[in-house]
Design a protein around this ligand. Structure first.
Ligand SMILES: Nc1ncnc2c1ncn2[C@@H]1O[C@H](COP(=O)(O)OP(=O)(O)OP(=O)(O)O)[C@@H](O)[C@H]1O
Length: 294
């Protein structure tokens, strides 16, 4: 089920066009990775969705409620952690959680559940001003989750977490999306984190989303073939390829998936002994380089 729909979103700051026709959707049970370099427009997009800033054109619907026409309902079913958790530094983690719980009418049981989830132990009673970034993130996440939102936006939530904190958070995010009726928009500069949990990835560059289907297509058509034989003549009329003499491997680019059959038939017809054949999976780093490095 569609929980967020962003259509034709345009946003200016002064004369600068920051978002230029941004369109995407998030469904329940989905984690959407949101990737882009500094200044591409991720935070601004999230701020528009969470009502923290306005926008000039386009529409945003959360659970079918338009953020401009039906603001209260559109904001009711979402929660976000943007530019770090907003906490009261002079209060303890527990007091922060309780304060937000009372504002949102959250039950005591849910508060206890959220305190448990932070895994902060006795530290939950220390002032937030004495917390590390990771500890603040945990409390911020507990506050985000306590009112059972349908859409959660997390802007670089793994920032400042140690490796075990990152693993815990990613596991929690994935579990939430699997078990609960929620969709998650998750931005991060750590591509490996996004790759681990995202069901889909959207890439933003200079305020515009990039059509990622291009990369899905490319991903399926590069094969590496290892053979001791010289197959240059066999391949040259039909395929684009490169040969690496050191590892005796041909890297062959197919135009479409079905061409793999033709390639295999060609080998069979010419009695080529293939020592190994494997599809080259494009890593998210490769995709990132293709999009952002001119
Ligand atoms: N309040 C503001 N006033 C003017 N310009 C702004 C404001 N907030 C953001 N911008 C500009 O909007 C653009 C997009 O910024 P945004 O914070 O959305 O990028 P981002 O993709 O989240 O980057 P990062 O990865 O660094 O967090 C940048 O050029 C930024 O300078």
């Amino acid at each position: 089920m569609k929980i967020l729909e962003v259509k034709g979103l345009m946003k200016n700051y002064g004369k600068s066009e920051i978002l230029k026709d941004v369109n995407f959707e998030v469904n329940t049970h989905e984690v959407i990775g949101f990737i882009g370099p500094n200044g591409a427009g991720k935070t601004t997009t999230m701020k528009c969705i969470s009502g923290l800033t306005g926008f000039h054109q386009g529409s945003i619907q959360v659970d079918g409620h338009d953020i401009k026409k039906d603001r209260i309902e559109a904001l009711k079913y979402q929660t976000s952690m943007i530019e770090g958790p907003a906490l009261y530094p002079e209060l303890s983690g527990k007091e922060n959680i309780k304060l937000f719980a009372s504002l949102r009418g959250v039950s005591k049981e849910r508060v206890d559940e959220m305190i448990e989830m932070t895994k902060l132990g006795k530290n939950i009673n220390r002032k937030v001003s004495q917390y590390s970034m990771g500890m603040k993130q945990r409390v911020g996440l507990a506050i985000s989750l306590m009112s059972n939102p349908k859409l959660i936006m997390l802007d670089e939530p793994t920032n400042g977490l140690d490796p075990s904190g990152v693993i815990d958070l990613l596991t929690l995010v994935k579990e939430l999306a699997t078990k609960e009726e929620i969709g998650i928009l998750f931005s991060s500069h750590t591509l490996a984190d996004v790759e681990k949990i995202a069901d889909r990835i959207i890439f933003i560059k200079d305020g515009q989303l990039i059509d990622e289907s291009q990369f899905v297509k490319d991903q399926s058509i590069v094969y590496e073939v290892k053979t001791e034989e010289d197959i240059n003549d066999i391949l040259k009329d039909q395929f684009v390829f490169e040969y690496n003499e050191v590892v005796k491997t041909y890297t062959i680019r197919l135009e479409k998936k079905e061409d793999l059959n033709e390639l295999l038939q060609l080998f069979s017809k010419n009695q080529v002994t293939v020592l190994d054949i494997s599809k080259v999976e494009q890593s998210i780093e490769d995709v990132y380089k293709d999009i952002y490095y001119d």
